[in-house]
Design a protein around this ligand. Structure first.
Ligand SMILES: Nc1ncnc2c1ncn2[C@@H]1O[C@H](COP(=O)(O)OP(=O)(O)OP(=O)(O)O)[C@@H](O)[C@H]1O
Ligand SMILES: [Mg+2]
Length: 256
């Protein structure tokens, strides 16, 4: 099961949800990997890993454009986190300078091959992406089986979804027919305002798979980032944690 968190819109909760869903998955006993494909390295920092020490995803991609007698197994780029059962392939700022070379040398299927291999070691893989359809997020959408789209329930989010759906449709057609939009995650949902409710209703009517468990706004999210601890270990009983757990359970329980 390879899930990519993706939205071209920034700040909608991709990194926060990638880390927290991965941590819940690990806590539930699944051998889980988080892969950080964003040069911002937010999910890497959230799990208290520094991109300057230890291997990163940039080392993996660099290996695909340099000559090696013995290529490293993709697993060798992962490292453990403070959460039991959860490993990470750390993000790196160096992805930025590698991007044009990878693109010009047609390395777009390299991540897919690596993910297939990584599935031998990990039952669940969560991928965090940058807020753009760049080489890396495209690679992830080509290699993943499921796409989760967090939105922040405003009109820009809705507009963004229409173009996102088209682009994902093209990726399905050209590269990855097994990719499905598994769910739209309503994040920072304000239960007592009308607009978010209306947007969710309209998206549902239009056939978008909005997950029927919304995530409210809470300062606990920022506290969790600062503590460098996922919510499931920092505040397991908190409402925010419980709503993300609700998303997790919906994802795991729904019929395949
Ligand atoms: N449910 C929430 N309640 C309160 N704050 C939240 C919530 N979800 C996310 N945030 C805050 O919103 C900001 C953006 O979240 P996050 O970094 O997870 O989004 P992102 O989509 O990964 O952003 P980017 O596009 O820059 O990668 C962060 O400061 C985070 O703390
Ligand atoms: Mg992010």
């Amino acid at each position: 099961m390879i899930r990519v968190l993706f939205n071209k819109k920034g700040g909608v909760g991709k990194s926060s949800l990638a880390v927290n869903l991965a941590a819940i998955s690990a806590q539930q006993g699944f051998k889980t990997l988080l892969l950080d494909l964003d040069t911002q390295c937010n999910s890497t920092a959230y799990l208290n890993i520094t991109s300057t020490e230890g291997p990163t995803i940039a080392d993996f991609f660099r290996q695909t454009v340099t000559f090696h007698l013995h290529r490293k197994d993709p697993k060798e780029f992962s490292q453990p986190t403070g959460v039991e059962n959860l490993d990470i392939i750390a993000g790196s700022e160096a992805l930025a300078e590698l991007e044009s070379e990878l693109h010009s040398r047609h390395k777009i299927y390299k991540l897919k091959e690596a993910l297939e291999k990584l599935q031998e070691d990990y039952e669940r893989i969560y991928i965090d992406t940058a807020p753009a359809l760049n080489f890396y997020s495209l690679s992830a959408l080509i290699g993943a089986s499921h796409c989760l789209i967090p939105i922040d329930c405003d009109d820009f989010s809705r507009q963004g979804l229409y173009s996102l759906q088209q682009q994902i449709g093209e990726i399905q057609e050209d590269h990855n027919p097994r990719l499905i939009i598994e769910g739209i995650i309503a994040n920072q949902y304000m239960a007592n305002a009308n607009l978010p409710k209306q947007i969710i209703e309209e998206l549902t009517e239009e056939g978008y798979p909005v997950i029927p468990q919304y995530i409210g706004q809470s300062v606990k999210m920022r506290e969790s980032h600062q503590a460098k601890q996922p919510l499931i270990t920092l505040a397991p009983k908190h409402k925010l944690t419980q709503s993300i757990l609700g998303i997790y359970e919906w994802l795991e329980k729904k019929p395949a």
